[in-house]
Design a binder for this molecule. Structure first.
Ligand code: THU
Length: 136
């Protein structure tokens, strides 16, 4: 899928953001290996730490529908700039995505975006292999 189409879906998903506290809306569009797209928005809570980011909303929607293999995610926020996923979202993406090939598309608009791999965004990731000794 073209980057522009995925970005357009992230921008549309942002419209559903529930962000009464921060007033900062975020949209994400997650692409599966088979070409399906799952979108997400941030869903805030009066107990602020219960807030769910747009990226994690998209991952949870996809995984709960049986998808576990992803190739890219587009993210668009209200900052008129590239929006890097927060640390928790990077960790959640690392659970399901290949660090070296998964593309994080930081989209300011459909024309203005920057692509980073998950490995670039999350060096030294904590992975399931690290549950056993002798890996690090
Ligand atoms: N937020 C996201 O949805 N994704 C990110 O990667 C960064 C932060 C949300 C969480 C909160 O609702 C608002 O943006 C301000 O932090």
């Amino acid at each position: 899928m073209e980057y522009q189409k995925l970005i357009a879906q992230a921008i549309t998903a942002k419209e559903s953001a529930y962000a009464p506290y921060s007033k900062f809306r975020v949209g994400a569009a997650l692409l599966t290996k088979n070409g399906k797209v799952f979108t997400g928005c941030n869903v805030e809570n009066v107990s602020y730490s219960a807030t769910n980011c747009a990226e994690r909303t998209a991952v949870c929607k996809a995984v709960s529908e049986g998808e576990r293999e992803f190739t890219a995610i587009a993210v668009n926020g209200d900052n008129n700039d590239y929006l890097p996923p927060c640390g928790i979202c990077r960790q959640v993406l690392a659970e399901f995505c290949n660090l070296n090939t998964f593309e994080v598309i930081l989209a300011n608009s459909e024309q203005d975006y920057r692509i980073m791999t998950l490995a670039e965004l999350l060096p030294g990731a904590f992975l399931s292999e690290n549950l056993k000794p002798g890996i690090f």
